[in-house]
Design a protein around this ligand. Sequence first.
Ligand SMILES: [Zn+2]
Length: 291
Amino acid sequence: MNNNMSKRVSVRKNNLSKFFIFIVLTVIVGVITFGFCGYLNNLQILKDKDAKAQQQKQINILLAAKRKSPVFITLPGAKPIKALVDDYSKADSIWTIVSKTHPISIDYAPTDLKIPDVATRTDKSKDEQSVRSVVLTPLKNMFDAAASNGHNLMIGSGYRSAAMQKVYYDNLVSSVGEETANQAIAKPGQSEHQTGLAVDISTLSRNCYLDQCFATTADGLWLANNSYKFGFILRYPSGSEAVTGYQYEPWHFRYVGLDLATALHESNLTLDQAWPYLLKADATLRNNGAI
Ligand SMILES: [Zn+2]
């Protein structure tokens, strides 16, 4: 091999080496660039995730605040009250309504019935002497307050199952006829007594027992004027027959809790008339996710 040939071979080898190095460098730069882009991309994904998590956290805080924000009910002529956080359409809500137009299932029975620590008619069944647990203390407090004012009260009827209501209803229908009976007694599924939140109250002497003359007795007057202070309302007032669907019953009291009983007392509305206000509050609570 002469000098020229060996020089050419050496130049070719040199070019091949450079080309090889170029390829290797290109691959390395490519890999680094690709890796770096991937890293940036991952970083962006993490940032986006973090931003989304922060956003969701803010939304959750706002939703929780909305859920907890109180809803107020203002009945005409009454001070605003905080709406009970409950589904009033359920028979076990203390704000439920049961009437001829709002019947409940005849299968409904409260699960927390107890005989209150007050005078009851012991000749009646244990069920009929009982009320829901939530009523026990307010009832005892009311009876104690009445006694300290000289009124010795007694429960005539507390809880009544739909089956028992049917017995009372059928008996009255057979003695006075259906039309008259419907004004005086509820059909099964239409009686508040089935909720365990209603009580017929008399006195130990049974003076004017389940009779409208009870309204004129000192005991009846005391109950009408003071029951709201313990969370009870006179459910079927005089002159409200067209609204409530029942005749005046100065002995029938329904537990709704102190706030609503006070607002109903101040507004002079029946539960039936207040019902649209309660429904509106119930819808707001539902909309807020509180119930
Ligand atoms: Zn009653």
